[in-house]
Design a protein around this ligand. Sequence first.
Ligand SMILES: [Zn+2]
Length: 149
Amino acid sequence: MPRRNRCTAKLRLYPDPVLKVVCEPVGDDEDVSGIIRDMLHILTNSKTGMGLAAPQAGYTKRVIMVSFAGFYETMIHPHIVARSDDMVIRNEGCLSYPGIYKNIERHVWINVHYRDENDKQQTGIIFDMDARIIQHEIDHLNGKCKVGD
Ligand SMILES: [Zn+2]
């Protein structure tokens, strides 16, 4: 008998208006564990997704999740504080725009500041595909997606 799954999280697809909302900050003592749980559920069930932004789970909060080799990192208030001059163009897709792929130019590396899910401030210089995913997800927090726009 299949295990009952109480999670009702649902991936939001274009043209859901939530994808166009500029997301709000997360308060210092605001509990976002429910958002994180739903995002993890959607991302792990997506098979192909490498990242997710809160609006794709229906929440207009500044939270993203990125799949790094083998684990999922939650980033609350991700903020790019430095970026490479070098750019790279690669084909990119988005779970909320199924079947659409576009060549999109991104910075090769970024320095990103964020709060992790344990509320610890983190900073990291991130390269290549991981940097691309973060740039893509931060666009979502601003109501944008270069794959669909
Ligand atoms: Zn996306």
